[in-house]
Each structure stands twice: as structure tokens, then as C-alpha cells.
Design a protein. Structure first.
Length: 94
């Protein structure tokens, strides 16, 4: 062995444990009332679907009311058939 001394230094560090925090996001239940010109509007509670009519107009009471969904009107049914004169006959409506 040698006469030299070997100096060894040992350092012990105290470390705090890692802390992990999980956050959970929940959507709040929010209700919105739309106001225009300072006046609240009534919500339309009638039909949102209609068949197209050829013989009579249809009126839906939606004026000044808020609608929750799109209003859909069915297309007018059209049939095209050949006729004995070599032309076409169109049937419009049901």
C-alpha cells in the first residue's frame, strides 16, 4: 500500500418527492337568454318540419321568436313520365 491517503467525500442530498397534481375540468351548466334591443324574446315552440303544399300557404308563428333548431320544408315531389305523343308529362305534388 501506498503512504498516500485517499480522501473521499460523500455528499448525501435530501430531496423532496415529486408532487403531481391532477386537475379535472368539468363544463359548467350555463343557460343563456338572448336579449335584443333590451327586450327578451319568446322561444318558438311549434313545429320545425313541414310538408310543402301546392294548394295552400302555411304560416308558422315565428315572428319575433327565437328558434332552437333549423326549420325544414320538404321538397315538392315531381314525377316525369313519357307520354304517347313522344313528350314528357310532369306530375307536381303528391
Amino acid at each position: 500500500m501506498s503512504d498516500k491517503q485517499l480522501d473521499i467525500q460523500v455528499v448525501i442530498e435530501k430531496r423532496e418527492p415529486d408532487i403531481r397534481i391532477g386537475l379535472e375540468h368539468q363544463k359548467p351548466d350555463i343557460q343563456v337568454k338572448i336579449v335584443s334591443g333590451g327586450e327578451a324574446h319568446e322561444t318558438y315552440d311549434g313545429a320545425y318540419h313541414a310538408e310543402s303544399l301546392i294548394e295552400a300557404p302555411q304560416v308558422f308563428p315565428t315572428k319575433d321568436k327565437l328558434m332552437k333548431d333549423d326549420f325544414t320544408v320538404d321538397e315538392v315531389t315531381v314525377f316525369k313520365v313519357s307520354n304517347p305523343t313522344g313528350g314528357w308529362t310532369y306530375y307536381i305534388g303528391k
